[in-house]
Design a protein. Structure first.
Length: 135
């Protein structure tokens, strides 16, 4: 059974962001499946590093998109991205030290993805590109 199945409610209607969000969900599920199968140590660390790199690229892409549409809450969104990356880094550091994830890792990832996509990201999805003559 998939830990966090992709659902239509995660679609924002912004093609590149939807594809990246789906990739993040898939990567999280891969990490979860591997831990469930007994992955620890260096193998687990590589998967979490891959998820973190994918997340960082997504955040950069998302922020560039928000800038392109002159999204008013861009700086707040950047701050949230920074917080999420710090939390993910803390989980990664635990794995580096112990070879095992904190039991809260997957609840953090699932809550983060669901609330971030459906809440915060939905705000920029509703924003409109300003008319060329109003810039």
């Amino acid at each position: 059974m998939t830990f966090m199945p992709w659902e239509d409610r995660y679609k924002l209607g912004v093609g590149p962001m939807d594809a990246q969000h789906r990739g993040l969900v898939d990567a999280m599920n891969k990490v979860h499946d591997s831990v469930s199968a007994g992955a620890t140590g260096a193998d687990l660390l590589r998967m979490v590093d891959s998820l973190a790199a994918l997340t960082q690229r997504h955040f950069a892409s998302e922020e560039a998109y928000m800038q392109s549409i002159q999204f008013a809450d861009l700086e707040q969104h950047r701050t949230i991205h920074g917080l999420l990356m710090r939390q993910l880094t803390e989980h990664r550091e635990r794995i580096a030290k112990t070879g095992k994830p904190d039991p809260k890792l997957f609840s953090f990832l699932k809550l983060w993805l669901q609330s971030h996509i459906c809440g915060i990201d939905a705000k920029y999805a509703r924003a409109k590109i300003p008319a060329a003559n109003s810039i």
